[in-house]
Ligand binder design. Structure first.
Ligand code: FAD
Length: 599
């Protein structure tokens, strides 16, 4: 599917429109100085003993020079660039081990980033592209945390206008425009969102939604994003509404309101792509490395694959651990709130490529969404439930949330969906920040930069859409605090790996489904299937992922274990039955990779 096709026009992104991006800079003051007394701080909590820290990592070659790498062209910025052993964005186990060994040799960097979600990888890209020697550590895999449990939307910020937060709304619209037009046109597509006009929706609500959509159009224009990239909102006929959302009730349907927003091909894929772009600029991206005993200028790093530890000094330490941020900086108090999605077959919603937006009965301005998703699926979300207690690695949906989502969507469907239709579910946690006055501040959409008494700089909250701006603010804070010799932020002009659009996209020699996922890198994956036709085989019957994609994830996308392939490089794992079916292929891909390494 061509991202431009949904707009109904052949509209190549207009990369000459810099004005929106350029006005973004001064909008949201997010830096908060924290006055927590040092006595309130305990040692950084850790579940792992570091008493065996003497077993230091062995020595190796020096890591890439960040300063040199910052001047290299970003790979994938042009169509059909061929990833190979010399691709500086390629992440694999050998590079991880080499860079870890090198750190043991020279354990001092400019910036240590803790956390490999969208916030951390954004910070790593920002810092490395300013010429700072940057290391990112993630204790599990890239996108292991909240960044893979989102609704996968690149929001224009409309919902913030309702609460009068004009600054954050504008910031979201600007960042959405930067991604669609310049940095990630291959990963974000225009998504039509349909609100069916059924008798249950009162006149006042219709007027309110229409006014909201018009405000969204103004936001888009104010951010400099042309209607050729994201069309204007409008009212459509009942026939058009049924074409876009075929399973909606016909009785009493008088039409629909239609608006457009951005949709990511996948959130975890965005994280991996930003991480690779950071690596191309010289950052070391080290997964399965946990940061322990984190202070403002040092941390103990533990390789979770071997148990080995080492001490690293850093001129600045950025804590980007999301809902776990208070474990790294105990001066912060977070309270999570859970958002849940259910997974259906696309057929349950008539295999549409549009989103169905359903007002929640009895509430004003609250909606749930059915969103078209990869692998022939549809995601239905979203809840917002208080989730006190310890933060789990993988939050789970509750029965109440499942009932709420089914009951709400069934208010507009011709044939009600039942629990039997559900193929899977996923849930993520938003961090709410407890303020010094004892209240909680909703930073789940705005972000905060917090300075701990230890010197650690925490960046928390926000959203995928604004990751670039969050990273810029965090690195600005680090540069100021540690007096780092950094160039100004340049990320609004750095295309992510694989970025391609318009005519260049049309020239990528690969099937559309690969181009949707990998942009200009799709050509190389497709080439591999020509050389070895077995790589063109699906990883399990009925699943639209090939063995070539698993192989590429191992050689280029930093996948270190079968679960990385199933749960983050692809989203096969969201449906447990599919996960089981594809597990043998995921294991086989690693067996083949190690056989190649041995030869
Ligand atoms: C249900 C839901 C839906 C959402 N939908 C959208 C949406 O549609 N659009 C949008 O723009 N935003 C959305 N968001 C917001 C967005 O998903 C989050 O803001 C974002 O993913 C947070 O990313 P993060 O990097 O800060 O945290 P995370 O993704 O949680 O990353 C933190 C990482 O830190 C690692 N870590 C923790 N401790 C350590 C340690 N000691 N050492 C090393 N690593 C460590 C964790 O393993 C984790 O990978 C949604 C959020 C939720 C909850």
């Amino acid at each position: 599917m061509n991202p431009n096709s949904a707009t109904g026009g052949d509209s190549a992104p207009d990369t000459s429109r810099n004005s929106a991006a350029d006005t973004a800079h001064d909008l949201v003051p997010t830096e908060v100085k924290r006055a927590t007394p040092a006595s309130a701080l305990g040692p950084a909590p850790t579940s792992h003993s570091t008493s065996d820290a003497a077993r230091h990592l062995s020595l190796g070659a020096a890591p890439n020079s960040a300063a040199d790498a910052a001047h290299r062209p970003t790979p994938g910025a042009t169509a059909n660039s061929t990833p190979d052993a010399t691709d500086p964005s390629a992440l694999d186990a050998a590079r991880r081990d080499r860079e870890l060994r090198a750190l043991g040799d020279a354990p001092e960097v400019d910036v240590l980033v803790v956390g490999g979600g969208i916030t951390g990888v954004g910070v790593a890209l920002d810092a490395a592209s300013r010429g700072l020697r940057t290391v990112l550590v993630e204790r599990h895999d890239l996108a292991f945390g909240t960044s893979r449990w989102s609704s996968k939307l690149v929001h224009g910020g409309l919902r913030y206008l309702a609460s009068g937060r004009v600054g954050i709304a504008h910031e979201s619209a600007v960042e959405r425009g930067i991604m669609i037009a310049r940095t990630a046109p291959h990963l974000v597509r225009p998504l039509p969102q349909v609100v069916p006009l059924l008798p249950g929706l009162g006149r006042a609500e219709r007027t309110l939604i229409r006014a909201g959509f018009r405000a969204g159009d103004l936001l888009r224009r104010g951010a400099g994003t042309p209607a050729s990239l994201l069309p204007r909102s409008r009212r459509v006929t009942a026939a058009e509404a049924l074409r876009l959302t075929p399973t909606v009730r016909r009785a009493g349907l008088s039409g629909a309101l239609l608006a457009w927003d951005g949709q990511l091909v996948d959130d975890a894929r965005l994280v991996v792509t930003v991480a690779r772009t950071a690596a191309a600029h010289g950052a070391s991206i080290l997964t399965r490395v946990e940061a322990l005993e984190v202070t403002g200028d040092a941390a103990v790093l533990r390789d979770t694959r071997t148990g080995e530890t080492m001490s690293l000094r850093a001129r600045a330490v950025v804590n980007a651990t999301g809902v776990w941020a208070d474990q790294v900086d105990p001066s912060i108090e977070l309270r999570p709130s859970r958002g849940t999605h259910l997974v259906f077959d696309a057929a349950a919603f008539g295999a549409t490529t549009a989103a169905l937006t359903v007002p929640v009965p009895g509430s004003v301005g609250r909606f749930i969404f059915a969103l078209p998703a990869p692998h022939g699926r549809m995601y239905l979300g979203l809840t917002d439930e208080d989730a006190p207690g310890p933060v789990p690695d993988e939050p789970a949906a509750t029965d109440t949330e499942i009932d709420f989502l089914l009951d709400t969507v069934n208010t507009v469907l011709r044939e009600p969906l039942t629990r039997k239709d559900i193929r899977g579910s996923f849930a993520g946690l938003r961090p709410l920040l407890r303020t010094e006055a004892g209240d909680t501040a909703d930073i789940s959409r705005e972000h905060a930069i917090l300075h701990a008494p230890t010197g650690v700089i925490t960046v928390v909250g926000g959203k995928l859409t604004t990751y670039r701006r969050m990273a810029e603010d965090a690195v600005d804070a680090a540069v100021r605090a540690a007096n780092l010799p950094a160039r100004p932020c340049a990320t609004r002009r750095i295309p992510l790996v694989g970025a391609v659009s318009g005519a260049a996209r049309d020239r990528v020699d690969a099937p559309p489904i690969l181009i949707e996922r990998y942009g200009s890198q799709a050509g190389a994956i497709h080439d591999a299937t020509r050389t070895d036709p077995t790589l063109a085989e699906p990883v399990a019957p009925g699943i639209d992922v090939t063995a070539a994609e698993f192989a590429y994830a191992i050689t280029h996308e930093g996948a270190l274990a079968p679960e990385d392939l199933l749960d983050r490089r692809t989203r096969i794992g969201l449906v447990p039955a599919d996960r089981e079916a594809a597990l043998p292929a995921a294991r086989a891909a690693f067996a083949t990779a190690s056989a190649i390494d041995r030869n």
